[in-house]
Write a protein that binds this ligand. Structure first.
Ligand code: 5GP
Ligand code: ZN
Length: 113
């Protein structure tokens, strides 16, 4: 399978990681939309959050736990941040490997447009 985020997770695509554990990696977005824009992904390939089977949903909590840790480590809490999981075409998803965006460092707007 030709998946850029699998390549980042398995190190065949060299990328500076800001977090790595057994099941999760995080790295900077190539095209940042905020002063801090990180992507947090499972090492296992899921095409989207909709494709995570019920028995594997624990991984979503692990992604959020990594977001909490990064927010603490980087001092972006308590200022605040936004987690985004774009899902499917109308959700704005462009890379078909589940990822959580962590955006911070500027005032976020709502609605997102
Ligand atoms: P999506 O639109 O699917 O929610 O988000 C995909 C994100 O991945 C985009 O923000 C895009 O800038 C980022 N991205 C796409 N390809 C790469 C890459 O090869 N390396 C990194 N670091 N980010 C990427
Ligand atoms: Zn993948």
């Amino acid at each position: 399978m030709d998946c850029i985020f699998c390549g980042i997770a398995n190190k065949s695509v060299p990328t500076q990681l800001v977090h790595e554990d057994e099941r999760v990696v995080a790295f900077r977005d190539l095209n940042p939309q905020a002063p801090t824009h990180l992507l947090i992904i499972p090492k296992a390939h899921y095409a989207s959050i909709q494709d995570v089977p019920p028995e594997d949903l624990g991984i979503v909590g692990e992604l959020v736990a990594v977001a909490q840790d990064l927010a603490r480590e980087r001092g972006i809490w308590p200022s605040g941040y936004r987690l985004v999981v774009n899902t499917g075409p109308q959700g704005g998803q462009t890379v078909g490997h589940l990822h959580v965006h962590l955006l911070a460092g500027r005032q976020m707007m709502w609605p997102p447009g």
